[in-house]
Design a protein around this ligand. Structure first.
Ligand SMILES: [Zn+2]
Length: 152
């Protein structure tokens, strides 16, 4: 819940100045006069074209802001919202049957989880895989050294 709240907060923080910019652009659009002739917009074609160009730039700014926000959000820890660090390449195309496909793994610096992303995105953006870690780090470390029949 905290993860999506942070995402919504970032969208809101980006939307406020972009909406203000849109309101500012609205002042430059030529107002439609009362009893306007049918082709009144053609009389001010230069101003209309510049306004439409400014609107296009505004739209591109919005799309870029959403792209940056989503890209940043994908690389954040789902628990503490810190940026994931220490990218490690795993797998190999040459030894795919042994090691699996090439992936990049990011981990939370505080050990909350691991994010695995496919290195090669052939058919669009594949979903990344988030694996949460347990709170007890020693339990995971000791589990690999225990024999199946050992008592603690
Ligand atoms: Zn974390």
């Amino acid at each position: 819940m905290r993860y999506w709240g942070y995402f919504a907060a970032k969208l809101g923080a980006a939307a406020a100045p972009l909406y203000g910019l849109l309101l500012l652009l609205g002042w430059f659009f030529p107002p439609k006069p009362k009893n306007a002739p049918p082709l009144w917009a053609l009389q001010k074609i230069t101003q209309s074209l510049l306004c439409n160009l400014a609107l296009l730039v505004w739209f591109l700014l919005c799309a870029g802001a959403v792209y940056l926000i989503v890209r940043d959000q994908r690389r954040r820890c789902r628990v503490c919202l810190r940026r994931l660090r220490m990218p490690v390449g795993t797998g190999s195309w040459g030894r795919m049957l042994l090691l699996g496909r090439p992936r990049i793994e990011y981990i939370c610096p505080y050990g909350h989880g691991t994010l695995k992303e496919e290195e090669l995105q052939i058919s669009g953006l594949a979903n990344s895989e988030w694996t949460p870690h347990s709170d007890d780090l020693w339990e995971e470390l000791c589990a690999s050294s225990k024999a199946p029949g050992d008592e603690p």
